[in-house]
Ligand binder design. Structure first.
Ligand code: HEC
Length: 126
């Protein structure tokens, strides 16, 4: 490959990478917003300070659960998204998420998924 061709290729690849980065940041979840919303809504009041020690053994541990699962669960608590098969018609959590936007739920799910978890040791998946 000539130097000229490889430098053109390099420019093209950088442009593609920049484009992807821009695309990614437009859709990426905002962990900081997630953290703010969790604090504002007092989620730790029931799920524990690090969302890892619920006040009741019947309340779930949230910290470190998979982001997509958390998002799906949160969305299912919103009346507009409830499907009976998932059984998410819960009065407490329905109230907690009632006013949150879909983007808010994404941000919250990403934040909670990023927290240290007592649920499993990472190497248990091997
Ligand atoms: C008043 C107590 C209380 C507060 C405050 C509360 N939760 Fe919950 N949360 C619960 C209970 C109880 C459940 C289990 C409900 C069920 O049986 O579906 C739950 C379930 C969940 C689940 C499903 C977890 C799983 O493993 O399926 C998520 C996610 C969740 N809460 C997130 C939040 C977030 C985010 C907030 C703050 C916006 C919040 N909770 C505030 C009591 C609370």
């Amino acid at each position: 490959m000539s130097t000229k061709t490889s430098s053109r290729l390099c420019t093209l690849l950088s442009a593609a990478a920049l484009g992807l980065a821009a695309l990614g940041s437009a859709q990426a979840a905002d962990l900081h917003n997630g953290q703010t919303l969790v604090a504002q809504h007092g989620c730790m009041g029931c799920h524990g300070a690090g969302l890892d020690k619920p006040v009741s053994p019947t309340y779930p541990i949230l910290a470190g659960q998979p982001e997509s699962y958390l998002f799906h669960a949160l969305q299912q608590y919103q009346a507009a998204h409830q499907t009976p098969i998932y059984g998410r018609d819960n009065a407490i959590m329905g109230g907690m998420v009632a006013t949150l936007s879909t983007q808010d739920l994404h941000d919250i799910a990403a934040y909670i998924a990023s927290l240290p978890t007592p649920l499993y040791a990472p190497d248990m998946t091997h």
